[in-house]
Design a binder for this molecule. Structure first.
Ligand code: ZN
Ligand code: FE
Length: 239
């Protein structure tokens, strides 16, 4: 599976996942740059996979469906809020892109029905706004216990899994992370690499499960209470 990252809006990433003669779009915020990225490569968009209902993840569902005939798969828990939905999926369901098989993982917390898509053979995770590089999504519709359990499910994936999250929030997340774990050497090294990447105009995404396990203050919280305290502190953080 080949993954192409399309930066759109101020900090969103839309992804093309290509395998065989199929291309899936993950979380299309907008249509034009996504259609252009596929056309450039001679790829035919056949599917859209949505992680959750927020407009910066489903905004171009109908436009891309109209342009390509793509079939839309999204979270069962948010089916009524996903424009043009053809197939509702939940934990244990699978999606196929060419010969690649993805497993649906329920990861509630940011929204109530949020999904992630994990392609084990490719070592690729599309996690929307649940897990970010050095961060996690805000709790708009879920509890700290739910989000904490969702992050734990993702942390059970292999270390080498590429984490394709939906926003470039890493530098701001890093400013908070170093206040939580000032003595974490792996984090300190990562922050240097992040600042260098951003100064050079490069993305800091994808991350990996192993890197998040070593440096992300939200997945490293020792209890739900500690997770809740860190999430609340980040919500009010002005670094
Ligand atoms: Zn969102
Ligand atoms: Fe988002």
């Amino acid at each position: 599976m080949e993954v192409v990252q399309v930066p759109v809006l101020s900090d969103n990433y839309v992804y093309l996942a290509h395998d065989g003669d199929e291309t899936a779009v993950i979380d299309p915020a907008v249509a034009e740059p996504v259609l252009a990225a596929a056309a450039e490569r001679g790829w035919r968009i056949t599917q859209i996979l949505n992680t959750h209902w927020h407009p910066d993840h489903v905004g171009a569902n109908l436009a891309i469906k109209a342009a390509t005939g793509a079939r839309i798969t999204g979270p069962a828990g948010e089916a009524a809020k996903i424009p043009g939905l053809d197939r509702a999926v939940a934990e244990g369901d699978t999606v196929a892109v060419g010969a690649a098989t993805g497993r649906v993982i329920d990861v509630p917390g940011h929204t109530a029905g949020h999904n992630a898509y994990y392609f084990a053979d490719a070592g690729v995770l599309f996690c929307g706004d649940t897990l970010f590089a050095l961060g996690c999504g805000r709790l708009f519709e879920g509890t700290p216990a739910q989000m904490s359990a969702s992050l734990a499910k993702l942390m059970a994936l292999p270390d080498a899994t590429a984490v394709y999250c939906a926003h470039e929030y890493t530098q701001a997340n890093a400013r908070f992370a170093v206040t939580v774990e000032p003595g974490n050497d792996a984090l300190a090294r990562r922050v240097v690499a992040i600042d260098a990447a951003r100064a050079a105009g490069r993305p800091t995404v994808p991350s990996s499960i192993g890197l998040e396990r070593a440096t992300n203050p939200f997945v490293r919280a020792g209890s739900v209470a500690e997770f809740a305290a860190r999430r609340a502190a980040k919500d009010g953080f002005r670094g």
